[in-house]
Design a binder for this molecule. Sequence first.
Ligand code: AMP
Length: 317
Amino acid sequence: MAQTTAIFEAVRTADTIIIHRHQRPDPDALGSQFGLKLILQHAFPDKKIYAAGTIPDDLSWLGHADDVADDQYQDALVITVDTANTERIDDDRFSQGKQLIKIDHHPNDDDYGDLSWVLPDASSTSELVVDFVNEHADALTLTRAAAQLLYAGIVGDTGRFLYPATSSHTFAVASQLLATGIDAAEVGRHENELSRGLGRLMGDVLANITIDETGAAHYIISQQQLASLSLAASEVQPLVSTPGRLADVRAWLLFVENPDGSYRVHLRSKGPAVNELAKSHHGGGHDLASGANAADMVEVKEMIASLSQLMKEWQAQ
Ligand code: AMP
C-alpha cells in the first residue's frame, strides 16, 4: 500500500487525531499543522482533531494551538508534521498515542513512527499536505482557510519562492492554493513585516557581519543586544536569511545567545552543504538550511573555523 493510502486509512479509522510539529515553529510547521487540521475537520466533522504545541506571539496570525488533555492521547492517532527527529517534537506526549505517523520534507535521518511519509525534495511540508489532499480528492477538500495556511507555509520555507527546493510542482501547488480564493498578499505582508527592533537588528547584521575571504560569514546576537531592542530570541527567525542578500556571503552562521550563555545556531549556504556541520553540533536539517546548538564561545569559534574550512574545501573542488 502506498504510504499516503496507509496514512489516509489510519486517519479514516481514528476517532481522535492529534497533530504535532517541531519546537520553535516557523510558518511551514504551523501552516502544515493547522492546514491539515482544518482539512481533516472538514472531511470528518465527528472526529476530535487537535493541534498541539506552543506558539510564539509573532506567529499567532497563523492560528492557535488547542489545550489537549492527557487522556485524549489514550487511543489517539498522533501525526507529526515538519519534524525530522523526535527530540524536536513540540510536546513530549506525542509518544502516548495509539499510533504515530511522520509527515516531513527533511532528510530522513531519524525514521521514527509506525508509518512515515518523507519527501526531502519537497519544498515544504505544506506542499506535501496539498499532495496528500490531491491523492485523496474523493474524500478531502482543500478549503480556502486551509489553503491560506498552506500557502503561508510554502512561502515561508521557500523564502518566497527563492530557494532551490522551489520546483515547478511547488508553483503548481501554489497556483492551486491561489485558485481557492486565498489572500496571498496578506500572507506576503505578514511574512515581510518587521518590528522596529528587528529592523534595527537587520541593519546591524547587514552593516557589521564578519565575512572572511572564502565568503564564510558569521554574526553573533547577544542577550544584551536582544534586551536593548526589546526582542525575544524566538523573534529573530526573519533575519536568518538576511546575510545571504550580501553578494560576498556564500555561507553563514547566525548565533543567537540563550539566557544560559549557550547559543542557538542557524546555518545557511548558497554553496556547500552545511547539515553535516550542524549534525556535529547537536543539530541537523537540510543541505543548505540547518540548525544547531553551541554550548559556549569556544564552540562558537569552532563552528566559525569549521565553516571557513568547509568553504575552502568546496572552492578547491
Ligand atoms: P532554523 O535555522 O532553526 O531555521 O532551522 C533550519 C532547518 O534545520 C529547519 O528545517 C529545521 O527543521 C532544521 N533544524 C534546526 N535545528 C535542528 C536540530 N536541532 N536538529 C535537526 N534539525 C534541525
